[in-house]
Each structure stands twice: as structure tokens, then as C-alpha cells.
Design a protein around this ligand. Structure first.
Ligand SMILES: CC(C)(COP(=O)(O)OP(=O)(O)OC[C@H]1O[C@@H](n2cnc3c(N)ncnc32)[C@H](O)[C@@H]1OP(=O)(O)O)[C@@H](O)C(=O)NCCC(=O)NCCS
Length: 147
């Protein structure tokens, strides 16, 4: 039995471990627990963001995802940026990722967000297949960044 809920400050240690598992897969990101802690604290303190966790029957956090609200002039409305979706390796393939995504999508709808978007590693085929299966469409956009 999986419980889905908003993350709390007491979850941060578990979330740092999940992000380390995620960033180890994604070539564009480095594992740095100090930065991940700071980012999680910023998100938890933000009115424009939300972290959701999946907790198993013994209280262990086995998955997470986050969403941040942006304003889209294209949409003329608020939209959401999905990030940090991860289910810990031994818990994959049990429907937890799908439940987390649906939970986040329901929240976004309640907030009046008209669209959700995300960035994915183009080599992460399992994740791309998962999103396609959940009716997410690819776009013509590419990601650029400057530090
Ligand atoms: C992507 C991820 C979150 C999916 O979570 P999961 O709990 O393993 O997925 P689920 O068990 O909820 O799968 C839901 C559905 O997607 C399908 N699916 C899951 N992984 C899939 C894959 N690699 N290819 C095709 N379909 C897939 C399942 O078959 C299932 O279909 P069903 O509803 O018809 O049964 C998880 O594999 C993960 O954490 N991966 C590593 C981190 C990552 O890449 N995150 C994305 C960063 S952009």
C-alpha cells in the first residue's frame, strides 16, 4: 500500500538519497548533497512549488516528484514545471511512478495550471517511454543553459 502526500522537512534526508539516485542517471546533473538540501529547503519554503512523496507501508519514502509554478505568456496562464521524478530502483514497475505523476497532475489541475512540462535526458529511454505511456507529448523545443 502506497501513501502519496506532500513532503515535509523531516523527509529531507530521504529525498537527498532519492535525488542522488536520480542525478547518477542524468549526465547534466551532479550529486551534491549540500546543494540538494538547499534546493529542497527552498522548494519546501516556496508558495510556488510542491514536492510529493510516495511512502510504503512501513513509512519508507520510495519515490518523489516536484512541481514549480511558472507563468506562460503562450498559455496566458500559470503552468507547471515537473522535476525530480524518481522511484527508488527496487520499487520500480509497481505503478508507483504512475501514481506519483497522477497525484501531481491532479494537484496541477486544482491549482488551475493549464499545462505541465518537463525536461528529460534524451538518452533516458525508459523514462521517455514511461512519459509517452502516460500521454506526455514530445515538443520541438531543446534545452539551453548558461551558468
Ligand atoms: C520513470 C520512473 C519514474 C517510472 O516509475 P515506475 O514506478 O517504475 O513506473 P510504473 O510502475 O508506475 O509504470 C507505469 C506504467 O508505465 C509503464 N512503464 C514504466 N516504465 C516503462 C518503460 N521503461 N518503458 C515502457 N513503459 C514503462 C509501465 O508498464 C506501466 O504501465 P501500465 O500502467 O500499463 O501497467 C522510474 O522508472 C524511475 O524512477 N526511473 C529512474 C529515474 C528517472 O529516469 N526519472 C525520470 C527523470 S526525467
Amino acid at each position: 500500500m502506497i501513501n502519496l502526500r506532500a513532503a515535509e522537512f523531516g523527509d529531507i534526508e530521504a529525498l537527498i538519497l532519492l535525488l542522488a539516485e536520480l542525478f547518477a542517471i542524468e549526465a547534466d546533473f551532479q550529486v551534491d548533497s549540500k546543494k540538494q538540501r538547499a534546493g529542497l529547503e527552498l522548494l519546501l519554503n516556496s508558495d510556488d512549488g510542491q514536492i510529493f512523496v510516495a511512502q510504503n507501508e512501513v513509512g519508507q519514502i520510495v519515490g518523489m516528484c516536484s512541481v514549480q509554478i511558472l507563468i506562460s505568456t503562450a498559455e496566458g496562464a500559470k503552468v507547471g514545471l515537473l522535476e525530480d521524478l524518481i522511484v527508488s530502483a527496487t520499487y520500480r514497475g509497481q505503478g508507483i511512478g504512475k501514481q506519483l505523476l497522477q497525484h501531481l497532475e491532479r494537484w496541477a489541475q486544482q491549482q488551475g495550471l493549464t499545462r505541465l512540462q518537463l525536461l528529460a535526458d534524451k538518452h533516458n529511454q525508459p523514462a521517455l517511454d514511461f512519459y509517452a505511456q502516460q500521454d506526455w507529448q514530445t515538443t520541438q523545443l531543446i534545452a539551453l543553459r548558461k551558468s
